[in-house]
Design a protein around this ligand. Structure first.
Ligand code: HEC
Length: 162
């Protein structure tokens, strides 16, 4: 009798829990991450994304220099609604750290993500890849359009933009 059927399951999961989108590492290390269940359609987790995402923002005008009032308003929103899950470094908390987010994503993507979170997580490939890594779905934060713009300005400041 073949009693040797000892389960060899769930070993493959280990590798990619740790990164949660905060790790712009080159493929070498990430190749493990492609060894997901058969049928997985995303393949390599998407770390950067050129798209504008899905939502109403298609053309965001950035100001230079940064708008200090928007930065300050964005910081207040961050402190109240986002800081429990996002650090300002590149370190993961519940969600990815924000350092570098304005380089990873287009302004439109960020504003669409924070105002249209559910649809983005359901349909946007980069958002879905993050969900796979973070394993927590970001709850809709009910930000208004202005608040989304303020948070974007705060992120730009955090990324050293001016
Ligand atoms: C309960 C935890 C939680 C809170 C609160 C939260 N987020 Fe998130 N956020 C996440 C998770 C988890 C992800 C990764 C996407 C996913 O899996 O849903 C994420 C992803 C993001 C991303 C994409 C990051 C990247 O690297 O591309 C942005 C931008 C973002 N959140 C903005 C915000 C803003 C703005 C707020 C506050 C208004 C906020 N989040 C509050 C959990 C949270």
């Amino acid at each position: 009798m073949k009693r040797t059927h000892i389960l060899i399951i769930a070993i493959t999961l280990g590798g990619f829990i740790a990164s949660c989108g905060s790790n712009p590492a080159p493929p070498a290390e990430n190749q493990n991450a492609t060894m997901k269940e058969p049928g997985d359609k995303t393949g390599v987790p998407v770390v950067t994304d050129d798209s504008k995402g899905k939502g109403k923002f298609t053309d965001v005008k950035l100001t230079s220099p940064l708008d200090d009032k928007m930065v300050a308003a964005g910081k207040t929103i961050y402190d109240v609604k986002c800081g429990s899950c996002h650090k300002l470094t590149d370190e993961k908390l519940v969600g990815p750290g924000w350092k570098g987010v304005t380089d990873r994503r287009k302004p439109e993507w960020i504003m669409n993500f924070v105002t249209n979170t559910d649809e983005m997580i359901d349909k946007d490939p980069a958002a879905q890849a993050m969900l796979e890594q973070c394993m927590v779905r970001m709850p809709n934060q009910h930000l208004g359009d202005d608040e989304a713009r303020h948070i974007l300005e705060f992120m730009r400041k955090n990324d050293g933009k001016n």
